[in-house]
Design a protein around this ligand. Structure first.
Ligand SMILES: C/C(=C\C(=O)O)CCOP(=O)(O)O
Length: 136
């Protein structure tokens, strides 16, 4: 299959590829995620028990404490950060976390990623030019 490229807005530079993990729920990195392991630890969250480490994490937007930026950085320092992130609409807490952790992040894709993507799909994210590419 030819890769399908969807344009968006680059928020955090860099490029990376990997398996999609979709979260219909917003993410509060402080409280929802264990910074030591990358596991979602909030039983109320739709990804409870799953691990965001090494995934292309797709979620609507961040929420909660400004400390969330530093939790993203902790994830990065601990080697358990997502390889890339995609938001419907990014907000400053996740943007800062992604930028200081050098995690590529795009938002505002021309097609709704929740309609196009499924868990486990292989995609690439480019935060320099602002796009997501579906490989299969
Ligand atoms: C910097 C803060 C707490 C700390 O040092 O642990 C305050 C964070 O305030 P939020 O209203 O949660 O953003």
């Amino acid at each position: 299959m030819e890769p399908i490229r969807i344009k968006g807005r680059g928020i955090s530079k860099g490029s990376a590829g990997g398996e999609v993990l979709l979260s219909e729920d917003p993410i509060s990195f402080l409280g929802n995620v264990d910074p030591q392991t990358g596991k979602i630890v909030d039983p109320e969250h739709c990804l409870f028990g799953k691990n965001i480490a090494g995934k292309v994490l797709v979620f609507p937007h961040g929420k909660g404490s400004t400390v969330g930026s530093y939790v993203i950085y902790q994830l990065f320092k601990n080697g358990v950060a997502p390889v890339a992130m995609v938001n419907l609409e990014c907000e400053p807490i996740v943007a800062v976390g992604a930028i200081i952790s050098e995690i590529p992040l795009v938002d505002g894709l021309e097609s709704n990623p929740f309609e196009m993507l499924k868990d486990g799909m292989n995609v690439s994210v480019d935060g320099n030019e602002g796009w997501l590419e579906i490989k299969d």
